[in-house]
Design a protein around this ligand. Structure first.
Ligand code: NAP
Length: 266
């Protein structure tokens, strides 16, 4: 597991403050972002930084996060980066134990997608989707949830997908990994409820990111990463968050229509 200095010079251990120290009179809270090089996650990171949170940006690709920090002028010390691979399950316990501060808020944003046709023919891509969206999430979020030494934990947010709402012929392999993730989050929410830890699932439609850059998606349904980020950072108590009016409608219709109608969808 590699630690790395951020572009703004903060190394392992961040500012040297071990935990929840008030920074410049702003928030005392720490946000852990898992899969922080996601275009959505980086916009959420910016919003949390603007609110004064300390962010630990955990990513496979640290250069992408560092470039974003420089490009958006994020102040020195407000983001600490750590190497994190969602599929390197054996490293997760050491990764979590070595965090410079235990998080108040955790966002799981790692994602990987191959087409349904590829997924049906090539197990490697399917297995990677399962591991990125489900197994990796369960592995690291179980550690977060079961850390009795972190009294600060208040929220866990998972970036899931409308593709997981109903099985459809065009994308049921990707969709089923997201359905499993959403179901895990739903149970985790109940499990952590007595500790007053809120769990949210962001059930997003199409977003204009690296993941969809090569796809021909209807422009009128594409949402911007910054828009999704606002829903993430503004999450309150509701479990399922569906950003965007059109996608809220699609979500409700998709949830309710009978299987005979779902089968006519792509
Ligand atoms: N875009 C959409 O239309 C859409 C819709 C609904 C839900 N989502 C979900 O939103 C989440 C964020 O995706 P995005 O749209 O922001 O796309 P993105 O920019 O491609 O972000 C996905 C990120 O996941 C990271 N990742 C992949 N495998 C990983 C691993 N093993 N360990 C750690 N990180 C890993 C990637 O890291 P690298 O940069 O290192 O490759 C990438 O930065 C995903 O879970 C995705 O399924 C996306």
């Amino acid at each position: 597991m590699k630690d790395k200095k951020t572009a703004n010079g903060t190394g392992p251990g961040g500012s040297g403050k071990s935990d929840n120290v008030r920074r410049g009179g702003r928030s005392e809270k720490t946000v852990l972002i898992l899969g922080a090089n996601s275009d959505v996650a980086k916009e959420a990171m910016l919003l949390w930084v603007e609110k004064g949170y300390q962010v630990i940006a955990a990513s496979r690709t640290l250069t992408g996060v560092d470039d974003f920090i420089v490009a958006r002028g994020i102040p020195a010390g407000q983001v600490i980066t750590r190497h994190f691979d969602a599929t390197a399950f054996a490293d997760h316990a050491a990764f979590y134990a070595a965090l410079p501060a235990k998080p108040h808020i955790v966002l799981y944003a790692a994602g990987f997608q191959v087409t349904n046709e590829q997924a049906l023919l090539d197990w490697a891509g399917t297995y990677r989707m399962v591991n990125t969206h489900y197994a990796g999430a369960v592995s690291i979020l179980n550690l977060v949830a079961m850390d009795g030494g972190n009294p600060h934990l208040e929220r866990i947010i998972g970036l899931s997908s409308l593709s997981g709402v109903r099985g459809r012929k065009s994308n049921f392999v990707y969709g089923s990994t997201k359905a499993a993730f959403t179901t895990y989050l739903a149970g985790l929410r109940q499990y952590l409820g007595s500790r007053k830890v809120v769990v949210n699932a962001v059930v997003a439609g199409y977003i204009r990111t690296k993941m969809t850059a090569h796809l021909d998606l209807p422009e009128s349904l594409l949402l911007e990463p910054a828009f999704i980020a606002r829903a993430i950072v503004g999450a309150r108590n509701r479990f399922v968050l569906v950003p965007g009016i059109k996608w809220k409608l699609i979500y409700q219709v998709l949830r309710l229509i009978p299987e005979s109608l779902v089968s006519r969808l792509p």
